[in-house]
Design a protein around this ligand. Sequence first.
Ligand code: UD1
Length: 430
Amino acid sequence: MERIIIQGGRRLEGRVSVSGSKNATLPLMAAALLADSPSVITNVPELRDIQTMADVLRSLGAAVSFSANTLTIDPAGFANTEAPYDIVRKMRASIYVMGPMLGRLHRAKVSLPGGCAIGPRPIDLHLKGFEALGARIQLEHGYVIANAESLRGADFNLLGASGSSVGATCNVLMAAVMAEGESVIHGAACEPDVVELIHFLSRMGASIEGAGTSTLRIAGGKALHGVEHRVIADRIEAGTFMTAAAITRSCIVIENAPLHHMEATTAKLAEIGVAIEPADGGVAVRGDTGNFRPTSITTGVYPGFATDMQAQFMALLATVPGTSIIRETIYVDRFMHAAELNRMGANIRVLSGVATVEGVERLSGAPVMASDLRASAALVIAGLAAEGTTIVNRIYHIDRGYEHIERKLRAVGAAIARVSDAEPEPQLPE
Ligand code: UD1
């Protein structure tokens, strides 16, 4: 088991560069299966989730190579219609292969993804879309099995009780581009990751209108070819570095931040009192303005405030004098980090999907446990600001979504190191 150890209380300074987006890359990897020739995807972050998706594609017969942030996916051998439990259980986004399997092979047997630390995560909307396109769905022995002799275009709505679904929109879209005739998807998600998939599919030869809106119109049945594509920068990683600058009351320059995808995040930071200014080759994030105010945040679908930034803002607001309110509308149980932050001296109460955060003078370092990917990021940034030593356990979560996080934070002056149980703890600078 590996842990991250942080000696907190240091000011950060310097430059940090944002990697390619994990969540944008995953659907592109699945979409590469739809082509009749190889695709090359660049600016891909070196992360565990990307490796897991590469394994899923290999298990289906595709050839995948990944080095120097470049993925090459050759779908020539794509013929297997079963994605096994052993691989799928490692990552929910494995379900993305279902659309391409149905679209090209007319059958898909995929292990049902289970729940996770942020609560139940159903796939009913994915299945609703596949059924609308003509697939028959059965659930058997923990697997979802979909069959369709042929897929035909249809007009349907994918809106769920908590709004649109990124996963369902991407998955069903990949089947719809293979279906004969026109499809209209209402209630589609508008996240940059969905727009990125639409750009990728369009360059492969698909015909899709409405990118970035809730209605997508697809003229299906076109043969698709492989393409070369550079992935967009990771808005959540960029936002995490911004909260790191803010919580340590420091100024850092962030390179490659996709600010046009981050308006809800930057608007909240400005409201709190963080200055965000253009800087040579990037954006300067100044947490040293000396005038922070509490705020209220409600998570929502894009362009609303991303649920994937909620935990990091909770850590930041825990250090801002006054009362802040955080409402989680996407995953109401996504508050596991609150209790861990309280172990570090925060004062946070959670009731029915609402967290009340009373800002405290200072956080104090403690051993804490990461429950999910973004929770681990929140604990790391809390550790940067806390007095003394913080040990973040179960750090494997962070490797699913943050490329070289401790190396990047060390480069801007953080005292942070990774250790495995077998090694002695490192001597970090005070
Ligand atoms: C993606 C992101 C995840 C982010 C989430 C919300 C990836 C790999 N993951 O997850 O980091 O937190 O978007 O921005 O890109 N829902 C249903 N039925 C379904 C599907 C979803 O009810 O069939 C609900 C979910 O429980 C949730 C909401 O819809 O309440 C949004 O989920 P969705 O957008 O699908 O999230 P993911 O694509 O799984």
